[in-house]
Design a protein around this ligand. Sequence first.
Ligand code: GLU
Length: 615
Amino acid sequence: MPEMRRRLAAITAVLALSVTSGAALSPASADPRSTDKAATATGYGGAVSTVDPEASAAAIEVLRKGGNAADAAVAAAATLGVTEPYSAGIGGGGYFVYYDAQSGEVGTIDGRETAPAAMPHDAFIDPATVTPQNPAGSPYRFTPELVTSGVSVGVPGTPATWERALERWGTLGLGEALKPAIKVATRGFVVDRTFRQQTLDNKLRFEAFTSTSKLFLPGGDAPAVGSIFRNHELAATYRLLAERGTDAFYGGALAAEIADAVQSPPKTATTGLPVPAGHLTAADLAAYRVLDQAPSHVTYRGLDVYGMAPSSSGGTTVGEALNILGTFDMAGMPTANALHHYLEASALAFADRGKYVGDPAFVDVPTAALTDELFGKERACEVDPLHAATKPVAPGDVTAYDGACPAAAAAPAEERDTENISTTNLTVADKWGNVAEYTLTIEQTGGSGIVVPGRGFLLNNELTDFSTVYNAGDPNRIDPGKRPRSSMSPTIILKEGKPFLALGSPGGSTIITTVLQAILNRVDRGMSTPQAIAAPRAAQRNTPNVTAEPEFITAYGNQLAPFGHTLVPSGDAFTSAAEIGAATAIEFLPGGALLAAAEPSRRGGGSAMVVTASP
Ligand code: GLU
């Protein structure tokens, strides 16, 4: 048993005793999970970084027993489904990127949710608004109608992703990989401040469903900090998958119950939330397939940067911004100038993301052009070294570019950003040199708010990532069977063919900017990987203002004002946190050492661990 795990088990036992003996801890007492977390760990034999010590311990346990990075990544992800159930779980989807040391190749799995076959183009139009005067109707409000609904639930891809990752790269079966998570779900974990706060942030939504309030609001309140939270229903669901494989999720009774929960959400009698019903059927679940895909690829300062190709916009958008910035001396300029270039490159890449990226099974996505160095060079012409462009900036022309500056820019793009701060990310490396980088989500924190009754997990609201109103020219329009465009950006960077840095982040469309900023911090700006992760963040997503963490505004606001950037503090209506992302990373040091880096404070602080401290 790893040391960390022993300490956690000891804490768990002590707290369980105090709870059962009635001496409940005061919510004001120290956050138990935070005292057992290290944000940085350096060592050998394998490493992991996640947002949660239980999940990191699960990965380390698998690595110590001889499992590889794919096995450990699935074990950690399944454990995050227990301890971070509002960010990720089997009711959602994600993207898995893997460096296979034996072949030297990076491969990816697209486990994104799909729209049901019966989803109409006007699924997000409120039927109550269709009148003779307004025959096209008006869209549902994003909040509360769309986010807390059956209509936004996509067919989950996460169970199939785990199965495929193990089949393609792992050594364990799904049953073995789920064991640590089943243990945590059964014995329980210590509720920390983040878990309680996320529950409170979702209270109104969770109260809307009988199944959800029963599980996450026992006695009508969010679980107290320091209490033990057990999820026996999820343990039973995981056991079912362990015994019968994912057929028991994509078929049989569970599939029927998922479809039922979407079509007839288990609403409480008292809720005032409208909760539009959805279209997902058992046949949609039976038809779901993950996709093996080639990664996106760009080179930056001689490094090979591999990411997630569409249906995520992560790989092309991070890649295009790097191609733009590769034309500037980012290491040589003062910090404010470097940040200005970062913000401008990001806005340009987001303009192209908006115009061109959607599910490639439905729209022709110019992935090669978007990641072409020459296209990046041409887009770099739009960066004025001293003045911020008026946003939104126009997209580039992927059909005709030669690296020379175009005579006139196209019309500005329409920009709209409704993505929220949620999701989770993990990074794992093993002693053979394999690396797993995995971002998974149920969309916003708390997903649709709908727990499948008796099954212990929340369903996603991922389909809110589609454009709300159908427009045939929009690459991210709703279509049946389609994957909504994502921002998830799990990234693996190789140096001379060997892993150098693997990283990823949660945070809606700020995932892209967080990953980009961390790469620049590490590669160009002289920061170590832990510093690159910890540094305050800002996100320019082709909108008039730059969204920035308060610490970033304090540190750089005055220096960036002369360039014409207006910084506004991050944070949204759904969460109490004003943070951007909660990233994880592993750097591969010379001599075989591994440097795992997690967040020191965002989302309550993450957990970095290694298999052994010395070689
Ligand atoms: N739905 C988002 C995406 O795929 C992830 C959820 C979030 O982080 O807000 O990009």
